[in-house]
Design a protein around this ligand. Sequence first.
Ligand SMILES: Cc1ncc(COP(=O)(O)O)c(C=O)c1O
Length: 511
Amino acid sequence: MATVSLTPQVVFSTESGGALSSATILRFPPNFVRQLSTKARRNCSNIGVAQIVAAAWSDRPAARPNSGGGGGGRARGVASSHAAAASAAAVAASAAAEVSAIPNAKVAQPSAVVQAERKLLGSDASLAVHAGERLGRRIATDAITTPVVNTSAYWFNNSQELIDFKEGRHASFEYGRYGNPTTEALEKKMSALEKAESTVFVASGMYAAVAMLSALVPAGGHIVTTTDCYRKTRIYMENELPKRGVSMTVIRPADMDALQNALDNNNVSLFFTETPTNPFLRCIDVELVANMCHSKGALLCIDSTFASPINQKALTLGADLVIHSATKYIAGHNDVIGGCVSGRDELVSKVRIYHHVVGGVLNPNAAYLILRGMKTLHLRVQCQNNTAMRMAQFLEEHPKIARVYYPGLPSHPEHHIAKTQMTGFGGVVSFEVAGDFDGTRRFIDSVKIPYHAPSFGGCESIIDQPAIMSYWDSKEQRDIYGIKDNLIRFSIGVEDFEDLKNDLVQALEKV
Ligand SMILES: Cc1ncc(COP(=O)(O)O)c(C=O)c1O
């Protein structure tokens, strides 16, 4: 008898046209009532709900091993309702024939769910809206949105269940630092968009970098990085890594000879670079550097924050790991801080294990905000790509602008690389105004729509003068890294292009 999975929670026969077959033998779980959802308990006369619950329980296979990556809890595995089943049926119908064995949610095998999801959701747009939630969600609810599970710990029915958990026969999270169902849904969505086997979400983009470097670079190891990057990342690498005996070669973004030299003369563990970089939006040829690194046994980690997974999928180009400051495009609303590391399970597991010990946990409420933000990631990024491209072209022609840095412009030194490895050039345009420190300051103080603030990637446009915002404390560092007094970083939001342009035009008159 063929079976069709509507959700991981609900499995029933096709031969009865969507109803339970009379041949189905229902076994009732011992804690049957507790496992019903609130709605199901209210409608306890509804035998259909009971049938679904019982059928799901009856069908459950053995628990997947506790890999440390989280798993389903007791309530996650069973309760559902007609509403959930009916709505799931509509979406799952086309995939159902091939996806005949999505297991019970309590013990869901992510690969089966993920496979089903990726078959059903063919594009970034559908993945951004539904991945991690439509089929694979382990939280029992008929709500469209993934609930925020505010808990610090998870309980066990008895010692045997705990022992089963410890030995990998019962899936749970045990403790909030080790995982959370809301965060897990977010991790799945991110993995789907980055085409990653696994993702770990953490409290900030900085901590994502720190956890990745701590877990994957051994004491005494050597890393390579680039001159142009987020300043705090550089400060961490310069000040903290030497305490573990980790040394570093810093290369200019386009200097492939310097990279080869560093790989030839050191036992390099990892090359860590942004692309595009902060603030000059330099682009590194991911495929090329992946090959160079791999031939020397080094890993490649790309900070893809400026690109977002909509514009660039570095794992598919050969990178081993991708990190994001989810604070930026991923969450997209300037209202939450978070970060993530995506890549092969073998590598991400090491980061996860480190993170489970050290902490840096993403709060479940923050996870929800990021999950919600991601549903419009593709729309926001497409809008930001378009407006930024038009803005870069407009600024390049403006007499009060000395230079524009935008990978979409043919004048950009890595335009040829950006064109081949990105599907859009992002929402940040950096430029130098034709003026001195004070003229630039007058310009930035005159813009009325963008906020004068740090950060980028959100719905609200943000503008800043890096000489003040990020480098005020060190003229020496400004000189080393080419941060001129007249440099502006402009993060374009989702406002109208003409409104933003008119605002800049009036502000440029003050230079
Ligand atoms: C490229 C890049 N990576 C990482 C970070 C750090 O992220 P977070 O602020 O979420 O810690 C930033 C912050 O601006 C950034 O620009």
